[in-house]
Ligand binder design. Structure first.
Ligand code: ZN
Length: 385
């Protein structure tokens, strides 16, 4: 049932708000790391070029203080992260224990400040959402971070900190929905045994971190739909209508967090799923009426055009803006300024990556096993009533 208190997308009293920061501009994990590309700065530039980010909707993300991070992360780890940034290097024992200075989790110039800013944004959003509303923090969504170590490009786990801070604001029943191509192992580590936190995840099967099997249930609050290679919009629409939305509605959440990783779409170089960016907006649209508080986060996404276009489209849906068929010249210029040294994807980007925000839909025959998996999950839901 739609929540009558859910704010409309264009609610004049509680307009959707965007949390951003200039720290993301020009920041890179370095070398050949997938996160050498710009992402949040593209979204800010595109949204401004489209006139969708007036100053009253934009909030500058504060940087979380260590004390705000140690509500879940260990003091030793947070201190090690700060020292890594100051020294731009880590001793071997820190690399071994905290997984800092590895290929996945390199020491880069803003290695503490950038994740602490993303976390600060999510923590601020949780406090602002006490009285309801919709907030977007595209720099957040670092769902692999662990209490004592970095994991999968994630140094801090802002979704976990967001849930803890919603709790602090008196919000008990929370639904966390994660449509990143990778499973949210860090969030499950924190809340897999907490019946008040629903965790619904779709992710590519047989892909790192290799958790999130369909039979993992946590305390009955965990629902996983592993997706086969080639999963497209039609499959995701089934997953949305038969799993994501019914599970969230049954939970009757006071708040929803959507992790909107952009790596499940066709042109992402790290995964083998085949959605268009319409799939993500359709999930968001379905979730919007289901709770009076909604926090949308970013996540993965390793093709600079895909990420910028998808996450700007998410803001359009959240803020009640209409996506034009063709971008105005100022917005097109933002996308034309991007470059990507990935051999196949960067050499000849299709014209539509410069001139449009919404992809053409990608439909097809149902992916192998999707129907059977959804039936299995539906039967489990029925048995638990
Ligand atoms: Zn991912």
């Amino acid at each position: 049932m739609p929540d009558r208190n859910a704010p409309a997308p264009d609610d004049p009293i509680r307009p959707a708000r965007f949390i951003g920061s200039e720290i993301y501009r020009g920041s890179s994990y370095g070398g050949a790391h997938p996160l050498r590309i710009p992402r949040v700065s593209t979204v800010m530039d595109l949204a401004r070029a489209l006139g969708w980010l007036p100053s009253e909707r934009y909030l500058t993300s504060p940087r979380a203080k260590p004390a705000a991070l140690t509500v879940w992360h260990t003091q030793d780890y947070v201190a090690a992260l700060q020292r890594a940034e100051a020294a731009q290097a880590v001793p071997d024992e820190v690399r071994l224990r905290h997984k800092l200075g590895t290929l996945s989790n390199p020491v880069y110039p803003e290695v503490f400040r950038r994740p602490a800013t993303a976390a600060g944004g999510t923590i601020m959003a949780a406090a602002l959402l006490r009285d309801g509303g919709r907030i977007y923090n595209p720099g957040g969504g670092t769902h692999h971070g662990m209490p004592d170590r970095a994991n999968g490009f994630c140094y801090l786990n802002d979704p976990v900190l967001g849930i803890l801070n919603l709790r602090h604001a008196g919000v008990r029943r929370i639904a966390y929905v994660d449509i990143d191509a990778h499973h949210c192992d860090g969030v499950v580590a924190a809340f897999g045994d907490d019946p008040e936190v629903l965790i619904v995840s779709t992710h590519e099967e047989r892909r790192w971190p290799f958790t999130g099997r369909i039979d993992e249930r946590g305390a009955g609050n965990v629902w996983n739909l592993p997706l086969p290679r080639g999963t497209h919009d039609g499959d995701m629409a089934r997953a949305r209508d038969e799993m994501i939305l019914p599970r969230v509605a049954d939970h009757r959440p006071e708040a929803i967090i959507l992790q909107c990783g952009a790596d499940a779409i066709e042109e992402d170089p790290l995964s083998r799923l085949s959605m268009s960016n319409n799939a993500h907006r359709a999930v968001l649209q379905g979730l919007m009426p289901l709770a009076p508080r909604l926090l949308v986060l970013g996540g993965g996404g390793y093709n600079p055009w895909s990420v910028g276009r998808l996450w700007t489209g998410i803001w359009a849906t959240l803020a009640g803006e209409e996506i034009p068929d063709r971008l105005p010249p100022e917005a097109e210029a933002v996308l034309r300024r991007l470059s990507f040294d990935h051999l196949r994807l960067g050499r000849n980007p299709p014209e539509a990556w410069f001139t449009t925000l919404a992809d053409p839909p990608r439909e097809g025959a149902p992916g192998a096993g999707i129907r059977e998996r959804l039936t299995l999950l539906k039967n489990r839901a029925r048995a638990e009533v």
